[in-house]
Design a protein around this ligand. Structure first.
Ligand SMILES: [Mn+2]
Length: 304
């Protein structure tokens, strides 16, 4: 049995690409099962409900198992015991991280907007039929990850994939479908500051230091204006608890593509020179992997 696993604190791509990879491996004749490393978020819940697909089983222990990784290759985002698992394959669209393998493996890493875009192309290459359910899952993940094609991570391949998947999924009104995904994505009603920080928090290792960067996608920054102080307090505590020199949250207005960065930790001073009116605003910034994280890395590197 091959387990297919996305990153910790899973987003829609991590769940949908685990489901799609499982279907691909089954079509190749393998026994495979999708698993998840944490609670699914509201947007993913909405997507699974729309497609009529059950959540993958929660499983964080993969020691001794054969696995395919989807949507991550950073150890800090992988299951804690990944060192004792055998990685047979990877499908991902992030920077190459620090996982290591003992045996040769099958790797599909493309610089596209979503892991599901790569999978859509693998289904085509291998002439494996895409069911309506899978089409809904994959196109939803692509629309989510690319923020409806507006992220700088988005490529022509992502747009083409959605066009074709919409036909298979029998989605007649793509604009309405897209809008419903974005509404589910930016639904933060009733969430506490800590829940917001943890909503899409990712960890990275940088020169041996443990860093955390989360992102909350919003329809307006006003949605969180009352929670800024509590978010800062949460980040401060999180740095102490993890012995981490830096943690941050991107508060991203997906309508205007502006991100307010809230950040704490002993390396935080490095970014203070970019503050205006007491806050750090990043214009035209939607993407953590392609815009925010590379910039933060280069700024923090100066201090190490
Ligand atoms: Mn992704």
């Amino acid at each position: 049995m091959i387990l297919v696993i996305g990153h910790k604190n899973p987003d829609s791509d991590s769940i949908c690409s685990a489901l799609a990879t499982t279907a691909l491996l089954k079509a190749r004749g393998f026994k495979a099962k999708p698993i998840r490393q944490g609670k699914v978020n509201r947007e993913t819940e909405y997507i699974l409900k729309t497609a009529g697909v059950a959540q993958p089983e929660l499983c964080t222990n993969i020691s001794g198992k054969k696995v395919w990784l989807v949507d991550h290759t950073d150890l800090a985002q992988a299951a804690d015991d990944i060192g004792e698992a055998e990685i047979l394959g990877i499908v991902d669209h992030h920077r190459l991280g620090d996982v290591m393998t003992i045996n040769p493996l099958e790797v599909w890493i493309w610089p596209v907007g979503c892991t599901c875009t790569i999978l859509f192309n693998l289904f085509k290459i291998e002439k494996v039929q895409i069911t309506q359910q899978l089409a809904i899952l994959m196109m939803s993940a692509i629309l989510s990850d690319t923020v409806a094609f507006s992220s700088p991570t988005c490529t022509l391949k992502d747009k083409d994939a959605v066009q074709e998947l919409a036909k298979i999924a029998s989605v007649e009104n793509l604009d309405e479908f897209t809008k419903s995904i974005l509404i589910a994505k930016t639904d933060i009603k009733g969430l506490s500051a800590t829940e917001l920080v943890e909503k899409d928090l990712k960890a990275y290792t940088h020169n041996g230091h443990y860093l955390m960067i989360g992102q909350v996608e919003l329809a307006s920054l006003d949605q969180v204006s009352n929670l800024i102080k509590d978010i800062e307090d949460d980040l401060e505590i999180r740095c102490k608890k993890n012995n981490s020199p830096f943690s941050a949250i991107m508060l991203t207005d997906i309508m205007t593509a502006r991100t307010r960065l809230i950040y704490k930790g002993k390396w935080a001073d490095n970014l203070n020179k970019y503050r205006k009116n007491g806050m750090l605003m990043m214009e035209n910034t939607l993407s953590r992997k392609k815009q925010c994280w590379p910039w933060i890395q280069s700024e923090l590197l100066k201090s190490v």
